[in-house]
Design a protein around this ligand. Structure first.
Ligand code: NAP
Length: 214
């Protein structure tokens, strides 16, 4: 599958590293030189293409590894180019001090992005996966869960298939509006983790046996 990751920060890096062995990945950001440099650091030159933004968005799936505020700006600017594409949103709408969200309870970052991209299909994923988890997604209790949400069942299935080779347990988590809870689960895990001295290698796994586990 053809996938483009936008953003060269912590999550962009982690996602490119995780996706590169399994898919044709292009990586883009505000500067192609920065992207090239990041590829060098990751030892992925030649395996992942550092692309200019304009050309990189021509992909089956575009993953936005951006803060929600920047994802909104990006969506406003590239809505036309992204029309007809599946856009993966990983953002949690944290306030500047990370103590709360700046969106009210009756919406989510994923839903707000979908409103700004009416011609695209927005899929939520990785909302609860702190970046440190990418190094070792396997916990004593099993693999960390990635909850995949979308209002279009086909796109949900497509992104679940894209993520299936990655070392996570990928779960269909239903409609986009479930991100009202899913995103706030991240806020809660951060607070509880801090109260109890957990490291930042923090994620969720729904305990219980699934049919495929048995
Ligand atoms: N970090 C985590 O543990 C974690 C876990 C789950 C979800 N998330 C979500 O993932 C998203 C990215 O988090 P992150 O930790 O990767 O953040 P980050 O390290 O700060 O990276 C964000 C990237 O956004 C890009 N960007 C685009 N427009 C920008 C602008 N106007 N100003 C500044 N940067 C801009 C930059 O890449 P370019 O310079 O290449 O454009 C920057 O490196 C957030 O929405 C967060 O909620 C993070």
């Amino acid at each position: 599958m053809n996938v483009t990751v936008v953003g060269t920060g912590d999550m962009g890096r982690a996602l490119v590293r995780a996706l590169a062995p399994h898919h044709r990945v292009r990586w883009t950001g505000r500067s192609v030189d920065v992207t090239e440099g990041r590829l060098e650091e990751l030892g992925l030159r030649g395996r992942v293409e550092a692309a200019e933004l304009a050309s990189a968005l021509d992909a089956d799936v575009v993953v936005l590894a951006l803060w929600h505020r920047h994802a909104r700006e990006f969506a406003r600017e590239y809505a036309e180019v992204l029309a007809g594409k599946v856009v993966v949103d990983i953002a949690n709408p944290f306030t500047e001090d990370f103590e709360d969200f700046f969106l009210p309870y009756d919406t989510s970052a994923a839903e707000e992005l979908q409103k700004l991209l009416p011609g695209s299909v927005v899929v939520g994923a990785f909302k609860n996966t702190f970046v440190a988890v990418f190094d070792t997604p396997q916990f004593e209790e099993g693999a960390s869960d990635v909850l995949v949400t979308c209002d279009d069942v086909h796109a949900r299935t497509l992104v679940s298939a894209l993520l299936a080779p990655l070392p996570f347990r990928v779960l269909d988590a239903g409609l986009l509006r479930n991100n009202r809870v899913i995103e706030r689960m991240t806020l809660l895990s951060r607070e509880v983790g801090r109260r109890h001295g957990f490291t930042r290698r923090l994620s969720y796994r729904l305990l219980g046996a699934s049919r495929s586990d048995r």
